[in-house]
Design a protein around this ligand. Structure first.
Ligand SMILES: Nc1ncnc2c1ncn2[C@@H]1O[C@H](COP(=O)(O)OP(=O)(O)OP(=O)(O)O)[C@@H](O)[C@H]1O
Ligand SMILES: [Zn+2]
Length: 728
């Protein structure tokens, strides 16, 4: 949050243009939300009322911006002659619906952010650019262009015997009769359900019949959760309602999109951040006009208006990707539960390894627990082995046992996956004579060695800085500088050398940077065009690889000794998920986890595939320590040139918080520097607030936050607040 936040009055409207002053008397005042880092709403005037949820173009200072009308006011919050008129009412889409406005209002309130920072950034980019709107609908502009895409023009729809644009728009209302009945030919498709699936489906149908409530579908990997989502979606659609299906990763959308299309037809829209602006707008319009029955997407799809919404499904609900990590730091899972509650519609959370927050709700009866304890195709869960690396002779990080297992799979023509959650070639470069290491100039982090296409470069994963690899040690001149440790690229190189006949395919953030490349790589993996996959967490979840029989895990111990209290929970989930990719169609699958610490509780629970015991153990520990889900947390973060300043600011904030009457029942910890204290030359620190009850925490923040700008001025560059932080 920048420092220049207007304090006090909600109105921060800049000085008026001279010609507006005389017109003031006959005007209506509008409270407009703008995406600027200032609290409150901004007053503008117009010659007639504009309903809430309509976008308007306004001048803010000298900048033209798109804002959203929040309310019509009787009188402005500042002197009437200072209020500027709006420039235009953007009527290319109907006003945002009331339930959408409630969701945004809740998010702004709960995450302690200005309304404008929620309402506008969640819209498709073309609806927020002041230059994009070109007058009335018929005059063109992005919405009009999106509507005229080849094949969906009015004429094309007429040719297909479909409705014209007006009729399709009408379907956007509550009018269920306007959506075609599901194609009966598709209805019978799909496998015969297993007994557990049938039982869970019954439970889910009860939820639909009841009209609302949250269910946790706890199903082991490969238990056929997706099948149940599809069946449920079909029922909801048959009742004329829409379904919102959330997935954590963009890369999981093609697989699910394919299943949805095959089973439910084409009234589907897909939204994620890698779409082109045009495609994103088109999908948003189809969903918000009610022309799509199913909306499939990543976290940002949660904020799509859906006029007939009847069900929300959050797949892999435990996944950290549901948490937005910048701007409005919201949890799409938590907001999905809120939206379901607000609309009185059911919400289904699915996972093999539910978050402890969700698990606790299910244990205490707040959520309905439905279980799929076995795999759908009668395959057993893969056998897990811990390979002790303490006395092993390692070859490039691989134990002989893992190499033998890879060789055996290759001989059988099976597919294997080597999982290492570290991209690049090697995490650091080191000089053998003077112990120089490749340090980022701008961050307290090492520069990672990368080898794109055989070239060597050093790259910082925190600030993006890159530089060529020095020919010799910059400190002592010794040419013997060596990569230490390994990442996916080095593993790929080693395996290709070690198993010359094998097709080795690496899938990580670097290999999938170009648009469409992820889809192509996953398609090759699914088609069995690779013998050994090398991948990061990107490959570890959700994918239904048919031939994968062996999973080898390198470097799992890196997460064991993290300071973060959620580290064991995350490690366990990650290992269960990656293990779950193996043996989904044939038996005899195995998972080998290399570790120096085979006795650790997390590995012992993994051996037994025992989520429940592990969860019970973690919850007990959390209860004893007063950690979430038994308490609520918020993090105040500060960024400054020097960490001392960030800490001083947080110390002052802490003193002020403790002096407030609202501090009763809230634990305010000591400010601490972040583990990676400097990123891009900015130093960072944080202060943790914790309380047994959510209410007390939020009351304290509401009393404290408005005064912090004053404390921050001249001391820190930015401060921010994060509610329910996932990383501490
Ligand atoms: N009743 C069934 N009979 C036969 N096959 C089924 C049945 N239900 C699901 N399947 C198949 O089982 C496989 C695993 O199902 P699915 O991918 O839905 O599992 P999942 O529970 O979502 O797993 P994960 O948590 O690993 O994502 C899929 O190939 C699916 O087509
Ligand atoms: Zn850096």
């Amino acid at each position: 949050m920048p420092l220049k936040r207007a304090t006090g009055a909600a109105s921060g409207t800049p000085a008026p243009a001279a010609e507006t002053v005389s017109a003031v008397a006959s005007r209506v005042y509008l409270a407009v939300a703008l995406d600027v880092p200032l609290p409150g709403l901004f007053d503008y005037s117009h010659d007639r009322p504009v309903p809430p949820g309509v976008r308007v173009r306004v001048m803010f200072g000298r900048r033209a911006m798109v804002g959203m009308v929040w309310a019509v006011r009787d009188a402005p919050g500042v002197a009437a002659e200072r209020v500027r008129p709006i420039e235009a009412v953007l009527d290319d889409v109907p006003p945002m619906p009331a339930d959408w406005l409630r969701l945004a209002e809740f998010a702004a309130h709960y995450y302690h952010r200005p309304l404008g920072e929620v309402l506008l950034p969640v819209l498709p980019p073309s609806l927020r650019r002041p230059g994009a709107y070109t007058g009335a609908r018929s005059a063109g502009g992005p919405v009009c262009r999106a509507d005229r895409r080849p094949g969906t023009s009015r004429a094309a729809r007429k040719r297909k015997g479909g409705a014209d644009a007006g009729a399709v728009d009408a379907a956007a209302g509550e009018n269920a009769a306007a959506c075609p009945a599901p194609d009966p030919a598709r209805d019978g498709e799909g496998p015969v359900l297993t007994a557990a699936q049938a039982c869970a489906l019954e439970g889910l149908q009860d939820l639909l019949a009841a009209g609302s409530g949250v269910a946790l579908l706890h199903g082991v990997t490969g238990s056929g959760k997706t099948e149940l989502y599809l069946r449920l979606a079909r029922r909801v659609r048959a009742a004329g309602r829409q379904v919102l299906l959330l997935v954590p990763e963009i890369n999981l959308t093609p697989q699910l999109e394919h299943s949805v299309r095959a089973r439910l037809g084409d009234r589907l829209a897909v939204i994620h951040s890698r779409l082109s602006e045009g495609d994103r707008l088109r999908a948003w319009l189809r969903a918000s006009r009610g022309q799509a029955d199913i909306l499939l997407g990543t976290r940002l799809a949660l904020f799509t208006p859906l006029p007939r919404l009847g069900l929300i499904v959050v797949d892999e609900e435990h996944d950290a990707s549901y948490k937005q990590q910048d701007g409005l730091r919201y949890s799409a899972r938590d907001l999905a539960v809120w939206r379901g509650h607000d609309l009185k519609i059911p919400v289904v959370l699915g996972s093999a390894t539910p978050s402890l927050e969700t698990w606790r709700h299910a244990q205490e009866g707040g959520y309905r627990l439905l279980s799929l304890p076995e795999r759908a195709q009668a395959q057993p869960l893969p056998e897990i082995r811990l390979v002790d690396t303490r006395r092993a002779r390692l070859e490039q990080g691989f134990t002989p046992q893992l190499l033998d297992a890879l060789e055996a799979r290759l001989a059988q023509g099976g597919q294997s996956l080597v999982f290492i959650n570290r991209r690049g070639y090697a995490p650091v470069l080191r000089c053998a004579s003077c112990a120089w290491v490749s340090q980022c100039r701008r961050c307290t982090a090492h520069m990672v060695l990368h080898r794109p296409g055989g070239r060597h470069v050093l790259q910082c994963h925190h600030c993006g800085d890159a530089m060529p690899v020095p020919r010799a040690c910059p400190e002592c001149g010794d040419p013997d500088i060596q990569p230490m440790g390994r990442g996916t690229q080095r593993v790929e190189e080693f395996l290709a050398e070690r198993f010359p006949g094998a097709r080795v395919l690496r899938i990580d953030a670097d290999a999938t940077r170009l648009k469409g490349s992820a889809e192509a790589l996953f398609a090759r993996a699914h088609a069995g065009e690779a013998d050994i996959l090398v991948g990061t967490q990107m490959v570890s979840k959700g994918h239904d690889f048919a031939r994968l029989g062996l999973v080898g895990v390198l470097n799992a111990d890196a997460m064991l000794f993290s300071q973060d209290f959620r580290a064991p929970e995350r490690l366990f989930a990650q290992l269960m998920q990656v293990a779950g990719r193996a043996g989904r169609r044939q038996g005899g699958a195995e998972v080998m986890v290399q570790t120096d610490y085979p006795d650790q509780a997390v590995y012992q629970a993994l051996l037994r595939h025992d989520y429940q015991r592990f969860a019970a153990h973690c919850l007990e520990e959390r209860r004893d320590l007063g950690l979430p889900p038994f308490s609520s947390q918020a993090l105040l973060t500060a960024q400054a040139d020097r960490v001392r300043d960030a800490l001083d600011f947080l110390e002052a904030a802490r003193a002020r918080a403790r002096a407030l009457p609202e501090a009763a029942g809230v634990r305010v910890h000591d400010p601490v520097p972040l583990r990676i204290v400097r990123v891009a030359r900015v130093e960072r620190a944080q202060l943790l607030f914790e309380s047994d009850g959510r209410g007390a925490l939020h009351r304290l923040l509401r009393a404290l936050l408005p005064g912090l700008d004053e404390l921050a001025r001249g001391v820190v560059q930015h401060w921010g607040i994060e509610i329910d932080p996932q990383e501490i």
